[in-house]
Design a protein around this ligand. Structure first.
Ligand code: TYD
Length: 140
């Protein structure tokens, strides 16, 4: 899985005089079943979150409020995304290192995830992540 498997997904958006409504359906707008939802908020100025990769987990990240940046790195290529719209989600496939930064004061980062929380699914060490990427590619 590489950064090219990751993409911005435009979510449905219904606007009328009462405001806007967006929604996400498993298997329709995103290619996985949602088993967990978590969100980051009150992130202090200058703090970076993430800085890890997942062995199996797939995610959709949405800037529900405010803005932040996401850098993806598959061990070979990098890509940067500026998130500032609640009708856009960034789909992240497995085995991509992600770092989230430049959170605005009002940022709420909502994450839809394909599995419950499991610490065993994390690479928290970048060198170990790179070694696993190389091994995967060598083994085809
Ligand atoms: P972590 O994934 O490191 O946060 P981030 O990548 O956003 O900086 O998680 C921080 C802590 O929260 C860590 O101790 C694990 C715990 N945690 C849960 O218990 N459940 C969850 O669903 C998540 C995402 C984290």
């Amino acid at each position: 899985m590489t950064v090219t498997d990751c993409r911005l997904i435009s979510l449905p958006r219904l606007d009328d005089a009462r405001g806007s409504l967006s929604f996400v359906e498993s298997g329709n707008h995103i290619p996985f079943e949602i088993k967990r939802v978590y969100y980051l908020y009150h992130v202090p100025l200058g703090v970076e979150r993430g800085a890890h990769a997942h062995k199996q987990l797939e995610q959709l990240i949405i800037a529900i409020s405010g803005s932040f940046e996401i850098e993806l790195d598959d061990g070979h290529e990098k890509a940067r995304f500026y998130m500032n719209s609640p009708d856009q989600g960034l789909y992240i496939s497995r085995m991509n290192w992600r770092s989230l930064s430049n959170f605005s004061d009002d940022a709420v980062c909502m994450v839809l995830a394909s599995e419950p929380y499991s610490e065993d699914d994390y690479f928290r060490n970048y060198e170990e992540f790179l070694a696993a990427v190389t091994e995967n590619r060598t083994n085809g």
